[in-house]
Design a protein. Structure first.
Length: 393
C-alpha cells in the first residue's frame, strides 16, 4: 500500500501546501445550506447562476476521489431537468395571453368540470419566464445540496449525530450514500463492459448493466450489515421505566413547544408569548430530552473530528451569503425578484453579489482532501531545498 511518510507537508499542483485532511462534514453541510437559503430568497437568474458557479468552483477544488464525490454532475443534470419540466408545465397548463405572445399551440378543449384549467393555447413570455425563474431556484437549491453530498463524507457525518439520534442518523447516512454508490457502480460496470468489448447501447445495454449493479448493491448491503454487527450496533445501556417516561415527556413537550412557536412566528397575529419564547423554550426542553436519552447509548468514536479555523471559515462563507440575501430581501426586494409585469431585464445587485462571492472562499481556505495513492505516486519532483512527500511501498 502506498503511504505518505512525511506528514508535515504535501505537494499539490506543484506547490507546498498544508497537510491534506478531511474537513468536518457538518461545516460543508452548513455552508451548502447557507447557499441554498440564499437561493431560496431570490428568483434572479443572474444571482442563481453565480450561486451555481460558486458551488461548482468549490466542488472542483475541494472534492476527493470517494464514490459520492463524482456524483455532482448528476445533480447538475437533475437541475437542468427540473428547469425543463417547470417550463414545460407552464406551457402545457399555464399558457395564456398575458404579455407578448411567443407562439400559439392548438388548444385542447376540456369539460366544464375542469374549468380554470387550460391545455396549450397561446403561450406568453410571462408564463415561460415565470417557469424558468422558479425552475432555476429549485435547481440551484438542489445543486447546493449536491455540493454538500460531494464534499462531505457521510460516514464521518455520523460521528456528529447526537447519541439519541444515532440509529436515525445511521439510516439517514445510509440513504444519502445510496445514490452516489449506485452512480459509482454504474460507472464501474460501464467501464468493465467497454474493456470487454461490449457494444450494446441504450435499452439493449440496460440488462447488462442493471443486473451487475443490483448484485453490487446487495454485496454492499451485506458488508454493511456484517460491519454493523461486528461493531455491536444497537447496543444500549440499562434504563428504567421512570427514565424512559422522563425522556418521552421531555421530547413530546419540547416538540410541541417548537411547533407552537413556529406556527406563531409564521402566523403573525398570535401573541408574542407564543412566538420566540415558546420556540426557544421548546428547543431547550427537547435538547435536554436528547441529552438524557443519549446517555443510554453506548458508542465510541475513534479519532473524533475537531473544529479548527478552516471549518469556521467555511461555515462563515455560507452564512454570509444567506445573510446578504436576507437583508437585501427586507431592504430592496425588487432586485431579487425580476419583474414579470411589465417584463424587465434582471439586474445584478452589488450587496447580494458580494455576499455570494464570499462563499467561494472555501475553495482556498479549506484544506485539500487527502491524495489517493495513484495521485501521490504521480507527484512531480521538486527543486532541491523544498520538502516533498516520500512515497514508500
Amino acid at each position: 500500500m502506498t503511504v505518505l511518510r512525511n506528514q508535515t507537508d504535501a505537494v499539490i499542483g506543484g506547490r507546498v501546501s498544508a497537510l491534506p485532511r478531511h474537513l468536518h462534514p457538518v461545516a460543508w453541510w452548513l455552508w451548502a445550506l447557507g447557499l441554498a437559503t440564499a437561493a431560496s430568497r431570490t428568483t434572479n437568474p443572474l444571482l442563481l447562476a453565480v450561486i451555481v458557479a460558486v458551488a461548482g468552483v468549490v466542488v472542483a477544488n475541494r472534492r476527493g476521489d470517494a464514490p459520492w464525490a463524482v456524483a455532482f454532475r448528476f445533480y447538475l443534470i437533475g437541475g437542468a431537468v427540473i428547469v425543463g419540466l417547470r417550463v414545460l408545465f407552464r406551457i402545457v397548463f399555464g399558457g395564456g395571453a398575458a404579455g407578448p405572445i411567443l407562439f400559439t399551440l392548438p388548444e385542447i378543449p376540456l369539460p366544464r368540470l375542469a374549468a380554470g384549467i387550460r391545455l396549450f393555447g397561446p403561450v406568453g413570455a410571462q408564463q415561460v419566464l415565470g417557469g424558468l425563474y422558479d425552475g432555476l431556484r429549485l435547481a440551484t437549491m438542489l445543486i447546493c445540496l449536491g455540493a454538500a453530498n460531494a464534499l462531505a463524507n457521510p460516514k464521518r457525518m455520523l460521528r456528529a449525530v447526537p447519541g439519541a439520534l444515532y440509529e436515525v442518523g445511521t439510516a439517514v447516512v445510509v440513504a444519502l450514500s445510496v445514490a452516489p454508490q449506485l452512480v459509482e457502480s454504474v460507472l464501474r460496470v460501464r467501464r468493465a463492459r467497454r474493456l470487454r468489448g461490449g457494444r450494446e447501447r441504450g435499452v439493449r445495454a440496460l440488462r447488462g448493466i442493471a443486473i451487475p449493479v443490483l448484485v453490487d448493491a446487495m454485496d454492499r448491503s451485506l458488508r454493511l450489515a456484517a460491519a454493523m454487527d461486528s461493531r455491536g450496533y444497537g447496543r444500549g445501556g440499562p434504563a428504567g421505566r421512570a427514565a424512559k417516561g422522563l425522556t418521552a415527556a421531555l421530547m413530546v413537550t419540547g416538540l410541541l413547544g417548537v411547533c407552537v412557536g413556529i406556527y406563531a412566528l409564521l402566523d403573525g397575529t398570535a401573541p408574542r408569548l407564543l412566538g420566540l419564547p415558546m420556540l426557544g423554550g421548546g428547543a431547550v426542553v427537547a435538547g435536554i430530552g436528547l441529552f438524557v436519552s443519549g446517555r443510554r447509548v453506548r458508542r465510541t468514536v475513534y479519532r473524533p473530528d475537531r473544529w479548527h479555523w478552516p471549518e469556521l471559515a467555511v461555515v462563515a462563507g455560507g452564512l454570509i451569503a444567506a445573510a446578504a440575501l436576507y437583508f437585501t430581501a427586507s431592504i430592496d426586494p425588487a432586485n431579487l425578484y425580476p419583474s414579470l409585469d411589465p417584463l424587465a431585464w434582471p439586474t445584478l445587485p452589488v450587496l447580494p453579489l458580494a455576499g455570494i462571492l464570499v462563499a467561494v472562499a472555501p475553495a482556498v481556505l479549506a484544506p485539500p482532501p487527502p491524495l489517493a495513492a495513484a495521485e501521490v505516486a504521480r507527484v512531480p519532483a521538486q527543486p532541491s531545498g523544498e520538502r516533498r512527500p516520500e512515497v514508500v511501498r
